[in-house]
Design a protein around this ligand. Structure first.
Ligand code: ADP
Length: 449
């Protein structure tokens, strides 16, 4: 088993990883930037090391400083969490070259899936259905021909894209080349890689994803599915498990295809296959080679601790479960709690005054907040995840409504009211799962009312 783990992350996920380590008797090393010395998880780690200035390139994205921290603390493994260096193949390589265990997949699989064009090609080969789109990258020279085959509207996407950035919908052929040029510039700016590809722009799909675990030896299991269709600017706001109202016989072949793809690759660790689901069909869009923000909903319905499993797999213990031991019990829903302005959705850092976390009766609040904690300006606005588990979707929704009433965060502006007063009061959403455009349409209506 890993003896001493360096957590190369911050915020709620760093605390989440500490909790998993405590269960397994693994010692922990926390790293932090000079803006982050007050992080909650640093109170529980065995050692805390300051790795640099607030700007992520000087701290949480700085490979040299993180490796030096691992060296001086004697850590034998690194967990990258999500974001930051979690999907950086070179970082995974550098960790292993330093003789440490990377809690994640092999660098070659991070690289394969990090380039969405190669990911889509790999999935096609493994028999996973993909969105009809360009065969590989798109250039100014071949764009029109490719677009004619795909049809309009289509979506230009950055091969190295992430976080919902770098996507452009093109409605008509005369907009194609200017949009393509702009998309390439954007992709170069954000991701340092101007490769783009095109997909059919599905009209009203849902975002449905499959959680997998692989042992790196050709064995893999799935932990069923999640629906993450409530989004704003292609960013998830609320997630649930299982994905509602999809017939078992439609889900089963997709779950099996994801497992098969992992087995063929020899995939190691936790991963998520993301799909769009429309008119009874699944279309693969990308794979995330890390633990996802929304992993708790899967944990609540399967009873499996995904971070513990990541640590066991990285330690060489293989998979703790056979597929036939994994069941979905009830329904779980997660609200992402962001410190953000409810109108502009821009991050709203500040100092927390009063704080109360809901608990009991199936409520779980994964968060690093506490009274007098000052949220720094340099990082993500996610400050917590409220998850409720019930026997049915209706029960989970009812519990969430109450849990949101109990949740107290004063001193900083958050999106709690969006969840409590808008989403969880929305009749159509509460009756059945909606598509990826639904939340933005609801918000538009509310703003114009
Ligand atoms: P990122 O890695 O930036 O998150 P994804 O490929 O995962 O990008 O897509 C993010 C979101 O964008 C999806 O959840 C969906 O809402 C929307 N999207 C992506 N591809 C398509 C498509 N072909 N048609 C319609 N919407 C799409």
């Amino acid at each position: 088993m890993i003896k001493k783990l360096l957590i190369a992350n911050r915020g709620e996920i760093a605390l989440r990883i500490v909790r998993a380590c405590k269960q397994l008797g693994i010692q922990t090393v926390g790293v932090y930037s000079t803006a982050d010395s007050n992080l909650m998880h640093l109170r529980f780690v065995d050692e805390a090391i300051c790795i640099g200035e607030p700007s992520p390139v000087h701290s949480y994205l700085n490979v040299e400083r993180i490796l030096t921290a691992a060296d001086v603390s004697g850590a034998d493994a690194i967990h990258p969490g999500y974001g930051f260096l979690s999907e950086n193949a070179e970082f995974a390589e550098r960790v292993e070259e330093a003789g440490l265990t990377f809690v994640g997949p092999a660098a070659e699989h991070i690289r394969l899936m990090g380039d969405k064009i190669s990911a889509i090609n790999a999935m096609k080969k493994a028999g996973v259905p993909t969105v009809p789109g360009s065969a590989g990258g798109v250039t100014l020279a071949n764009a029109e021909e490719q677009a004619r085959t795909i049809g309009f509207p289509l979506l230009i996407k950055a091969a190295a894209g992430g976080g919902g950035r770098g996507m452009r919908v093109v409605e008509r052929v005369e907009h194609l080349l200017p949009q393509l040029q702009a998309a390439k510039q954007e992709a170069e700016l954000w991701f340092g890689d101007d490769s783009v590809y095109m997909e059919r722009y599905l009209k009203d799909p849902r975002h449905v994803e499959v959680q997998v675990l692989g042992d790196g030896q050709g064995n893999a299991i799935h932990l069923y599915d999640r629906d993450c269709s409530l989004q704003r600017r292609h960013q998830k706001v609320l997630e649930e498990a299982p994905a509602p109202d999809i017939p078992e016989d439609v889900k089963a072949p997709i779950l099996a295809a994801c497992v098969r793809a992992c087995e063929q690759m020899g995939y190691r660790g936790a991963g998520t296959f993301e799909f769009l689901y429309e008119n009874g069909e699944f279309f693969f869009i990308e794979m995330n080679t890390r633990v996802q923000v929304e992993h708790p909903v899967t944990e609540q319905v399967t009873g499996i601790d995904i971070v513990v499993e990541q640590l066991k797999i990285a330690s060489g213990y293989g998979l703790s479960y056979h597929q036939d031991e994994i069941f979905v019990r009830g329904h779980a829903i997660e609200c992402r709690i962001n410190a953000e302005n409810p109108r502009t959705f821009l991050p709203c850092p500040g100092t927390v005054q009063h704080f109360f976390a809901p608990n009991g009766c199936g409520a779980r609040f994964d968060s690093h907040l506490y009274p007098n904690y000052t949220i720094p300006t340099f990082y993500d606005s996610l400050v917590g995840k409220l998850i409720c588990h019930g026997q049915t979707r209706q029960q989970a929704l009812a519990k969430l409504r109450h849990a949101l009433d109990e949740l107290i965060i004063t001193g900083v502006t958050t999106n709690v009211a969006l969840h409590r007063d808008v989403i969880l009061q929305d009749t159509a959403f509460c009756e059945q799962a909606q598509n990826i455009h639904y939340l933005e349409n609801v918000l538009l209506k509310n703003n114009s009312a």
